[in-house]
Write a protein that binds this ligand. Sequence first.
Ligand code: LMR
Length: 428
Amino acid sequence: MSSLLPGQSSMTRESVTAFSVDLVPQAPPDSHYGLRAACRADPEPNKIDLVIGAYRDDNGRPWILPAVRKAEKILYDDGDRTNEYLPIRGMPEFTSAAQRLILGPNSIAIQEGLACSVQTISGTGALHLGGLFLSKFLPRPTPPIYISSPTWDNHVRVFGNVSLPIRRYPYYLKSSNSIDFDGMMATLAAATRGSIILLQACAHNHTGLDLSGSQWLVVAQTIRSRGLLPFFDCAYQGFASGSLSQDNRAIRLFVEQGIELIIAQSFAKNLGLYGQRVGCFHFVAAPSPEAHGTVARVASQLALLQRSEISTPPIYGARIASIVLESPQLFADWEEDLRTMSGRIIDMRTALRHELEELKTPGYWNHITEQIGMFSFTGLSEEHVAELKSKWHIYMLADGRVSMAGLNWGNIKRFAHAIDDVVRRLQA
Ligand code: LMR
């Protein structure tokens, strides 16, 4: 990097090297993908990969949903399809169907024209677009975004990258493996007006712990009375309980309460379209005489941001999603697929708790069946996790989060025995 090209003067060199790559430090490996790579490189045949939140069937294999396979066939057979650019805000059939799914088909926000939507690069792209929009248009000094502690660690990076001040609200009580609702509410009640509150609509990533209906109501009332802006991350609709309308109830509640809000919606998990990066950003205005003008202005600025970031969104995955969402038959097939995936995970939770209780593993394991969705926050310590990896070739995040989808009838006993072993040895 530092050598001169033939004929280049030292003057030129100085101006060229004003940016020195020597100042770029080595970044740490990603906590999820770095560990997944380590697991993949491990030659042990009985290793267990519980790192990444991606569904696996009972043979431990990725699963293409039958509804998605049918949609792919329809797309493949469609002689009229092209690979033209999509509009900047995405495929209209897709964004409308995504809106109906997340807000509910009879949503007042849709009927009254209070929502606008933009197709994004999965849920992460929607979080980023929302963060970028907020960092550009929030008043100065920029109010903070409050994120649960713990959370999906990428949340902190995504919003940090667009220079939003980040604060945390407590979410988890280690002593009882439950939600720290009092701590959460005390923090929200003290947040300055205009602060953004990031909420996970269902299947909380990292803890698997979701608020009850009455707790969501308290959160909605506090957000409204304190003048806060809720930003929902919804990556697991239908995947948590198996019911699409159960898993978006928090969002529907906020809309019914007339609260302005933002949503990042992902189709990675619920349609199994992980690598296709299918997602949608939604803004929902509070009802008011100015709401239509607000929605139009917000939509115009989102389009401008999208154009400068990715120009136009990718087409393939959005087409697949649209075919499933728009066909009554495929939609019904998909609902069945969701029940298959969520049901298998619930079975694994029951089996793991049962195994640990049969083994009389020290501690309480009821939280495993009380949590919901892709992840279990096991309560295992970093030392337990390190032992599970080195002795048993079992891989999970350092803070004890496991992807339940990595468990199946072929490896669950081994996993329970391994936990039993490390818990007993480290307490001795
Ligand atoms: C996870 O939390 O494991 C998933 O959401 C995958 C990811 O990108 O981190």
